[in-house]
Design a protein around this ligand. Structure first.
Ligand code: CO
Length: 164
């Protein structure tokens, strides 16, 4: 596994539509592992392949222990159902200094393939549903700043610690 460089907003790769994965070869699976390593190293909860400069429809998400699901790997994810609405403050590893409130569906159903090529169905709500929608947007060249009602500079880490 290897940690990859994360592209930041302004890079044209982040604005392109990613292509479907058509075969699960070693290179593809290694890429998925690199995506997870890169996400964890950057303290993120999600990462999409275009964020490391690969225009393939692959996403990794790990929202943390409270969800109890560990690492989720999505190949060719498609949202098949959306329900309700939720507004959350979002950030993005490709927009490092800003955050913003985005309205999204509260619950989603998503089909995808796992690394063995098995088709899966995920029903997600809350932060996991938000993460799924945020990451799939990346595959279509969309960033949260396109959808946020307002974009604010992120508080510095020391300030965050004081408020906790
Ligand atoms: Co993002």
């Amino acid at each position: 596994m290897a940690k990859r460089k994360i592209l930041v907003a302004g890079n044209p790769m982040l604005r392109k539509r990613s292509e479907e994965v058509d075969k699960l070869d070693k290179k593809t699976l290694r890429l998925l592992s690199d995506m997870a390593e890169t996400m964890y190293a950057a303290d993120g909860v999600g990462l999409a392949a275009p964020q490391i400069g690969v225009l393939k429809r692959m996403v990794v998400i790990d929202t943390g222990e409270e969800e109890g699901m560990g690492l989720l790997e999505f190949i060719n994810p498609v949202i098949t159902k959306k329900e309700g609405s939720i507004t959350m403050c979002e950030g993005c590893l490709s927009v490092p200094d800003y955050e913003g409130e985005v309205e999204r569906a509260e619950k989603v159903e998503c089909t995808f393939f796992d690394r063995r090529g098995k088709q899966m169905l995920l029903e997600a709500e809350g932060i996991l549903a938000v993460a799924v929608q945020h990451e799939i947007d990346h595959l279509d060249g969309v960033l949260f700043i396109d959808k946020a009602s307002a974009i604010l500079p992120k508080p510095k880490e020391e300030e965050v610690k004081e408020t906790l």
